[in-house]
Design a protein around this ligand. Sequence first.
Ligand code: GDP
Length: 139
Amino acid sequence: MFTNKTFTMLKPDSVEKGNIGAILEKITASGFRIVALKLTQLTNADAEAFYAVHNERPFFGDLVTYMTRGPIVAAILEKENAVEDFRTLIGATNPTEAAEGTIRNMFADSISENAVHGSDSDENAAIEGAFHFSEREMF
Ligand code: GDP
């Protein structure tokens, strides 16, 4: 079971804007340990499955196009209370509502292109982490 771990993606806008280093620095400076890390790209099927909960929403097509248009950085992060603390660190889904100093406040352009993903539960962190990483890629 994944406890004290969460899963993140630095989304295509973060990679395109050259923000990988700055965002990882912010994450590690906030006390998260990097357990697994890779540059990869989601297929259409990956993105549709990852965001299946939103498949009836009007923005679903745009979301899949955005998340597949270029590489992402996938990572597993470890810290006490990781899921909740990472959601606090990234801030609200809409960067205009994200608290000062949060990753979305600092690096996101809009509610659709919002820089980072953070798992919303231990259960989803385990599913999302296992999707991207094998046991031998987790340290
Ligand atoms: P998160 O858990 O904070 O990432 O937010 P959600 O699970 O509600 O949404 C998943 C992702 O869908 C967000 O991170 C955005 O990239 C995108 N998204 C959410 N709401 C909207 C919206 O109203 N419009 C658009 N275009 N994208 C959205």
